[in-house]
Design a protein around this ligand. Structure first.
Ligand SMILES: O=c1nc2n(C[C@H](O)[C@H](O)[C@H](O)CO)c3cc(O)ccc3cc-2c(=O)[nH]1
Length: 327
């Protein structure tokens, strides 16, 4: 079965780990492992940032590290067994910013990426090369090879200005109200090679509980991707439980775009032309959204078993809505 998963960082990566388990085999696309399942991830690159001459791709790296076994499990981002000597030395030189948690092991990934960018490789080729090491067991495609960055318009004592999403997210903890969230460059961007084809060939599409604005939303902002997805059976998993985000600060993002922080409002925002099915937590049982089949079940991805069960439920709902309950 060919499954496409547009994904952000932490929530998306954990859901993908559960999906691989639910499929029962290591859904590897590697030639060495014949399998009848193939997962293609369309990774969000709107969080990407250039710092100290390095191009950092948080959501691609989080998926790659999580599925490849190198993630810092408690944090959900960055490498396990990390040290921060480079970060400390940069600060000693007075380099800014100091708020970004640049780890030494993680820096090697960014150096490889920066070197390949300098040699003219597109982000999709670079991501494939990095995945040769990590073997995530999915095909990881950036949403685009073009530069698209999420910037946030805020107003504080320094006046009204746009800051990079990472500054708003990490330095300000999204506490400063975002007047606008913009995918800078999205209108001129094109889907990365293989993205549209993967969607067209997919048997079904699953939307993990990623941030609906800055992760899933950014992917949908790349012209052509949303149009391709609406033709497929799409089932999403709500990132909001009982009126609050499961993790992160999706509520601050939803408020910025005038969407209520509720499982139903997020589904309605994503649209009934895009979503065929929507899983909500039991706390939100009874949620109804026009044109979308809503089902409730426990949605906390608290351990591998519960995460696998959530992925299994999303898969089963998609197969049901496709009209072939079979495998
Ligand atoms: O809250 C933080 N998130 C950090 N993140 C997470 C990141 O800001 C967010 O996870 C995504 O951009 C949003 O999903 C990092 C991710 C990376 O891949 C590399 C470094 C960081 C550093 C931080 C950090 O210092 N603080």
């Amino acid at each position: 079965m060919r499954i496409v998963v547009p994904a952000g960082g932490i929530g998306g990566a954990r859901f993908l780990r559960g999906l691989k388990a639910a499929l029962g085999t290591d859904a590897s696309t590697g030639p060495d492992q014949a399998t009848d399942h193939q997962i293609t991830v369309i990774g969000n690159t709107g969080d990407d940032i250039t710092l100290f001459g390095l191009r950092i791709c948080p959501d691609l790296d989080t998926v790659m590290y999580t599925l490849g076994g190198g993630i810092n499990e408690e944090q959900g981002w960055g490498r396990a067994d990390e040290t921060f000597t480079v970060k400390e030395e940069l600060a000693a030189y007075g380099m800014k910013p100091t708020w970004f948690g640049l780890g030494d092991r993680d820096t090697a990934t960014h150096i490889v990426r920066a070197q390949m960018i300098a040699a003219g490789y597109p982000l999709s080729a670079i991501t494939e090369a990095l995945c040769d090491r990590w073997r995530p067991g999915v095909r990881l495609l950036p949403m685009t090879d073009d530069q698209v960055e999420t910037h946030v318009v805020i107003e504080d004592e320094r006046g009204r200005r746009a800051v990079h999403f990472q500054e708003w997210w990490i330095e300000h903890r999204a506490a400063l109200p975002a007047e606008r969230i913009i995918s800078v460059g999205a209108e001129d961007s094109r889907p990365a090679p293989g993205v549209i084809e993967a969607v067209k060939e997919a048997d079904l599409v699953l939307l993990p509980p990623s941030n609906p604005v800055v992760s899933v939303g950014s992917i949908l902002n790349v012209p052509g991707i949303r149009d391709a997805l609406v033709d497929k059976t799409v089932v999403g998993v709500s990132p909001i439980i009982g009126g609050a985000p499961v993790r992160g600060m999706a509520d601050a993002c939803l408020t910025a775009i005038g969407v209520e922080t509720s499982a139903g409002a997020v589904a309605a925002h994503l649209g009934s032309d895009l979503l065929d099915g929507w899983l909500v937590d039991e706390a939100d049982a009874g949620t109804e959204v026009e044109g979308i089949e809503v089902r409730s079940r426990p949605l906390y991805m608290s351990d591998p078993e519960s995460t696998e069960a959530i992925a299994r439920a999303a898969l089963d709902l998609a197969l049901e809505l496709r009209g072939d309950g079979g495998r």
